[in-house]
Design a binder for this molecule. Structure first.
Ligand code: ZN
Length: 486
């Protein structure tokens, strides 16, 4: 029993090797005059029984598809996933870069594309024989970024031939610093689409006149929806256009590359990891009552990992005890606010004492990180005339209280966050002195980013979301930080 199974497996392997050899042989012939794809289609027709006869047949087909192509794979090790099935089969190749955040994004993209493919073809009949093929190109760039393009095809076997029924590309540019996908605003200077429109209209008119489709000007116009599909390469930025939008459908996905040289002034000299897009939703995370080394550093580790900022409203007496934590906050680009020296209720202290609480804290901050507070938050949210007079900074309350001090549970904090219908424009209140809050941050940051929120400091929120230049001594209270009424 064991032996015969082993024998069967050996035979199967041998058959697969033979098929693969055959595929290679024909591929080489095909390559002389035709594209790789055409070659694959040719040899598939020659192969006995078609690729869906059995699993080894499909595996040989997938191997040939990935092996003899003309892709650029400058970054990452290729991971191959081949799943044979009737009627749906999948063959994917994607890069593993070694950057954990990037790799988890990429793995998710592959999963999403496969799920989408299976959903689209859920009504396929058993002998329909449909395959999803996913290949990629990856590029080192002259920026702190890695460019990845996925090329997806859906092929259907008919009369022993594989015919492409659908194709498309998906582009990603990952920051080598944070590992996350970069947005246009982080890569280009404002107004880049105006330049791209002029340049690419000219390029396609000069070089592909015969293949232009009617209305190609719309796809190349200086408009919001255009020039969003691109990848950074070694030499420039390659823009992609879906089949039939610029060039005739049978030409497949059209692309054109603009060199970094030509893009000068249009592309940023360096990737701006902190660029803020005012048109996209944003949230400000704030942490009171620190610094406290163990938990503050755990929060900072997470913010550093994702390359995002937050605002820390620190107590002067803690700053005095742990100046190195505040120094790290400043170095990481966090906004540093004051939360008084010893957390008194300002409604119960004299004006003179209030001034002391504020000044003493600013002196401690200056000593720790070289700068006074840029924002002030009164303990218990109790604002007074004395604060307005002496704070020398905008007074900032909040609009979502996570109640982290009360629940002391990361899960409960996340539940509060997920319970808010729209977090755009909100200031989130947390405390940097609890382990549970640090744990919540580790869940919250990736969740917010995944939901499409940008993380910003309080001052950035005022400026970019509300168009407000922060004014010293002005109270930005509970009702200020809403972009809609809920
Ligand atoms: Zn407090």
């Amino acid at each position: 029993m064991v032996e015969s199974n082993a024998e069967k497996r050996r035979e199967k392997r041998q058959a697969a090797i033979e098929r693969r050899e055959k595929v290679r042989k024909y591929l080489k012939i095909g390559l002389a005059g035709a594209s790789v794809l055409t070659a694959v289609i040719i040899i598939i027709a020659v192969m006995s029984g078609g690729i869906y006869k059995d699993e080894p047949g499909f595996q040989a087909f997938a191997a040939a598809y990935f092996e003899d192509d003309d892709t650029t794979k400058a970054v990452g090790k290729s991971q191959e996933v081949v799943k044979y099935g009737a009627p749906l089969s999948v063959a994917m190749e994607y890069p593993v870069t070694g950057q954990a955040t990037t790799d988890s994004y990429i793995a998710n993209i592959a999963v999403d594309l496969e799920n989408q493919f299976r959903l689209e073809n859920k009504d396929a009949k058993k002998d329909d024989k449909v395959a999803m093929l996913l290949d990629y190109d990856s590029y080192n760039t002259q920026r702190a970024a890695v460019g990845v393009v996925f090329s997806q095809e859906q092929q259907k076997e008919k009369d022993r031939e594989m015919t492409t029924v659908k194709s498309g590309v998906y582009t990603y540019n990952f920051s080598t610093e944070t590992g996350r996908p970069l947005t246009s605003i982080q890569i280009f200077n404002p107004g880049y689409k105006t330049f791209c429109s002029q340049y690419l209209l000219d390029y396609f008119q000069k070089n592909h006149k015969a293949d232009l489709v009617k209305g190609y000007e719309t796809a190349l116009a200086d408009a919001e929806d255009n020039f969003n599909k691109y990848v950074l390469t070694e030499k420039g930025v390659r823009f992609y256009f879906d089949p039939g939008t610029v060039l005739k459908k049978e030409k497949g996905t059209a692309f054109a590359e603009i060199t970094y040289e030509d893009l000068k002034g249009t592309i940023r000299d360096q990737i701006e990891t902190r660029a803020i897009d005012p048109s996209k939703p944003m949230v400000a995370l704030t942490f009171d009552d620190g610094p406290y080394p163990k938990t503050s550093n755990r929060i900072l580790d997470c913010l550093e990992k994702y390359g995002v900022p937050a605002t820390f409203f620190e107590l002067g007496q803690n700053v005095n005890n742990y100046p190195e934590v505040v120094k790290r906050e400043a170095e990481l680009g966090m906004e540093i606010g004051s939360h008084s020296w010893s957390h008194p209720n300002f409604k119960k202290i004299s004006s003179k004492k209030a001034k002391q609480q504020i000044d003493k804290t600013n002196n401690a901050l200056k000593k720790a990180c070289g700068q006074a507070s840029t924002v002030f938050r009164p303990p218990y949210g109790n604002n007074t005339k004395a604060i307005e007079k002496y704070a020398n900074a905008p007074i900032i309350l909040w609009s979502v209280d996570t109640l982290d001090w009360k629940s002391r549970k990361a899960k409960s904090v996340m539940k509060v966050m997920k319970g808010v219908k729209n977090l755009d424009g909100r200031v989130i209140l947390m405390h940097s002195i609890y382990e549970s809050s640090a744990k919540a941050v580790e869940k919250m940051v990736p969740w917010l980013l995944n939901e499409g929120y940008q993380l910003v400091t309080v001052s950035e929120l005022l400026e970019y979301k509300y168009g407000e230049t922060p004014k010293n001594g002005k109270l930005y209270g509970y009702n200020y930080f809403y972009t809609d009424k809920q």
